[in-house]
Design a protein around this ligand. Structure first.
Ligand code: ATP
Length: 282
């Protein structure tokens, strides 16, 4: 049975930054929050902030991106005031695999959407966040600058109060927190949970990087599943065997030896019922 629900969206108001600040628990998360009502891309703004005009924890939040980006030049779609769209700047600790930041962002978004909805969430390799097999958030991690000027930009887009008609047609599996929770969700609460979780997982990354990797691996929803792998103009299939600390996905093709895949080059689609796996993910 499909649950019937009715709720009136009252939350199509601009993000209340004071409320986000009031809800934060982590001091590092409240150092420098900036709100722009509309922008082309929060990751673009974060990448172009001059050195010394940002600090570890600076976050750019907006109600609307006119040119929101996904991975590999894809478009990220969200009508005004329906999503949490944020780019958080971090100083990378030394000797950390770049893939760790993707893991950190995915865990933080997963925590935030679970806290807001009470629903179990899982991670589709490498970093989409799903509830019941539906994509409710996307992540675009970028690194900019060199040496001491290096910055990590965690771009996060969480579909909060989007109705079915607001979801992108390009992804039939997209959903939102309100659709999954059957009620309106407070965007400020999602934003503050996200920022708190980013700093919590950053602490794990600096103190116990193995725990970050294991946490990410435990939340992946596709290990053991048969995948379709879309690489340039070809599609092939294989079974997801494992993941590596550098973010690689180890896949057993139909014939031959296992291969390690990297997300920069391709997209994967699980063929199995993701919900079944999610019931096992905590
Ligand atoms: P996917 O596996 O969904 O293709 P991806 O990781 O390869 O994900 P992303 O960079 O996360 O790609 O996001 C871009 C893709 O996400 C777009 O091609 C589009 O299909 C989909 N998309 C765009 N906006 C949204 C949204 N608000 N919610 C869910 N999916 C979206």
């Amino acid at each position: 049975l499909v649950p019937l629900f009715l709720f009136v969206m009252t939350n199509a108001l601009p993000l209340d930054l004071d409320r986000v600040l009031a809800l934060l628990h982590t001091p590092e998360a409240s150092v420098d929050l900036r709100y722009l009502s509309e922008v082309d891309s929060t990751n673009r703004v974060a990448a172009e902030l001059p050195h010394r005009s940002w600090q570890h924890g600076t976050a750019i939040l907006t109600d609307y991106q006119s040119a929101g980006r996904g991975r590999r030049g894809r478009v990220w779609v969200a009508p005004p005031c329906t999503a949490v769209l944020a780019s958080t700047l971090l100083r990378p600790p030394s000797n950390v695999e770049p893939a760790s930041f993707t893991m950190l962002a995915a865990l933080a978004v997963s925590d935030a959407v679970s806290a807001a909805t009470g629903c179990t969430s899982s991670i589709k390799w490498p970093n989409d966040v799903h509830i019941r097999g539906r994509k409710v958030a996307g992540i675009l991690v970028e690194l900019a600058g060199e040496g001491t000027y290096r910055r990590v930009i965690l771009g996060t887009g969480i579909n909060v109060n989007m109705e079915s008609r607001d979801l992108p047609r390009s992804n039939q599996q997209a959903s939102s927190l309100s659709l999954e929770a059957h009620r309106e969700v407070e965007r400020e609460a999602v934003a503050s949970s996200l920022l708190d979780a980013i700093h919590l997982w950053y602490g794990v990354l600096t103190r116990a990087p193995d725990a970050l990797f294991e946490g990410w691996k435990a939340r992946l929803n596709m290990l053991g599943a048969t995948l379709d792998i879309y690489e340039e103009s070809t599609v092939w299939s294989g079974v997801a065997l494992d993941v590596q600390r550098d973010g690689g996905l180890v896949v057993q093709p139909t014939s031959g030896s296992p291969l390690t895949l990297y997300a920069a080059d391709l997209s994967v689609r699980p063929r199995f019922d993701v919900q079944a796996a999610e019931s096992e993910v905590q």
